[in-house]
Design a protein around this ligand. Structure first.
Ligand code: HGY
Ligand code: MN
Ligand code: MN
Length: 416
């Protein structure tokens, strides 16, 4: 493992400027960003990134899932690339840094190497993964998941949003259904990301050395009762889907609290039919997101959820239909790759601590096919997936410096 020059630093002002320029695409009035996967805003962000990469002399290719790879040649083209990057799609009320930071920190690493005239043995590729958020098209991490062999490409391209538009059709519409072959050898994968939680900030640590992530289960639940008149239907004759949903929402919360402190559970979206104030709800569809770092505990939460949904449906004379949307086992990152990140943080003199990611990331799928690690930096109050998401230029630059150090160690710097 080659130790890079100690005084090499990225250009923090240039990184911040690129983040603000990217955040202008899909900017919301409250200071956040809305760039749903494969929307016009996502296309504009992709176009801006590709333009910057081409101006920097990188070779850009796009695969059939719309994943973008911008390649910086290494001395030995036969070596598998060190891949760095993240995603540009956001939540509907997302922030400036979730995803975009990982992409633009990776791009800043490449620009710093160019400025310093440093060659690496292995090529470096900056990647933008398609549909990491899973907000418009479920599940999440589709581009990296297909790349890593976790999802089937055709099935993923057929996934539809709430309006029935498919991922494949939207990729074609925005011009990012690329010809490049899917997959390919990767020497190592490192992703920089904001923590999206409160730990680093609370402990005053600048860098999180991510050793893995928690497991995730996503479900769509539909409760079918009977629409009826709000005024004429006696309480004991009702099959009220909203009452069942209310009980299930409370049960999902209880399942997480029973597995405190690590478990989390969320009902994030709810749709009611016919959604009229004086008609008893005939049908409710809701999303459920269960998470835990330990697979056996997550499996127990899954069982508890299914049992309570069945009991509630019986008690309220409803039909319950559970669709499994995503089953994401907790990944552990490669110790050697994690050690490269930890050594880079120590060399740069940043305070740091090991951390398990509460969020899912593209790195979690890349860990299946290549040595993988992540670099976390704090975000204000641990808030993310919210327009007020914030991070300091100093922390963002520090994370980018650590990414630079890890990349040089993993890609093998070539002196002279
Ligand atoms: O849901 C997640 O953890 C990620 O933000 N897609
Ligand atoms: Mn993200
Ligand atoms: Mn996110």
């Amino acid at each position: 493992m080659i130790v890079p020059p100690p005084n090499l630093r990225i250009d923090g002002a240039r990184l911040w400027q690129s983040l603000m320029a990217m955040a202008a695409i899909g900017a919301t009035p409250k200071g956040g960003v809305c760039r749903l996967a494969l929307s016009d805003e996502d296309r504009a962000a992709r176009d801006r990134f590709v333009g910057w990469c081409r101006d920097a002399g990188l070779a850009v290719r796009v695969d059939r899932l719309g994943n973008i790879f911008a390649r910086r040649a290494g001395r030995d083209a036969a070596l598998p690339p060190v891949v760095i990057g993240s995603h540009l799609d956001t939540q509907p009320t997302g922030g400036k840094f979730d995803g975009a930071y990982g992409v633009l920190a990776a791009f800043e690493v490449v620009r710093t190497l160019d400025d310093a005239g440093i060659a690496t043995a292995a090529p470096i590729e900056v990647v933008v993964w398609t549909n990491e958020e899973g907000s418009r098209f479920a599940p999440a991490c589709v581009g990296s998941g297909v790349y890593a062999g976790a999802f089937d490409a055709d099935d993923s391209l057929s996934r539809a949003d709430r309006d029935g538009k498919t991922l494949g059709a939207e990729l074609a519409r925005i011009g990012y259904a690329g010809p490049a072959p899917m997959g390919g050898a990767v020497g190592a994968y490192v992703e920089a990301h904001i923590e999206q939680g409160p730990i680093l900030e609370a402990e005053g640590k600048t860098i999180g050395i991510v050793t893995g992530a928690q497991g995730i289960r996503w479900y769509d639940v539909t409760l079918e009762g009977q629409a009826a008149h709000a005024g004429t239907t006696p309480m004991d004759r009702r099959r009220d889907a909203i009452q069942g949903a209310a009980m299930l929402i409370a049960a999902v919360d209880a399942i997480a609290l029973e597995q405190a402190p690590s478990a989390v559970a969320t009902v994030g979206a709810l749709s009611v039919a016919p959604n009229s104030r004086n008609t008893i709800a005939g049908s409710v569809t809701l999303t459920v997101d269960l998470r835990h770092p330990d697979a056996p505990v997550l499996a127990a939460m899954d069982r508890a959820f299914r049992a309570r949904a069945a009991a509630i449906a019986k008690a309220r004379r409803l039909d319950a239909r559970i669709v499994d949307v995503w089953d994401f086992p907790p990944p552990e990152f490669d110790r050697g790759c994690v050690a490269a990140v930890r050594a880079a943080a120590a060399r740069a003199g940043f305070s740091h601590r090991d951390i398990v990611s509460g969020a899912g990331h593209d790195a979690c799928y890349m860990a299946r096919i290549a040595p993988t690690a992540m670099v976390f930096v704090p975000c204000a109050d641990g808030i993310s997936h919210n327009e007020i998401e914030a991070a300091t230029p100093a922390d963002l630059a520090a994370g980018c410096d650590v990414l630079l150090g890890a990349v040089l160690a993993l890609a093998g710097e070539v002196r002279g």
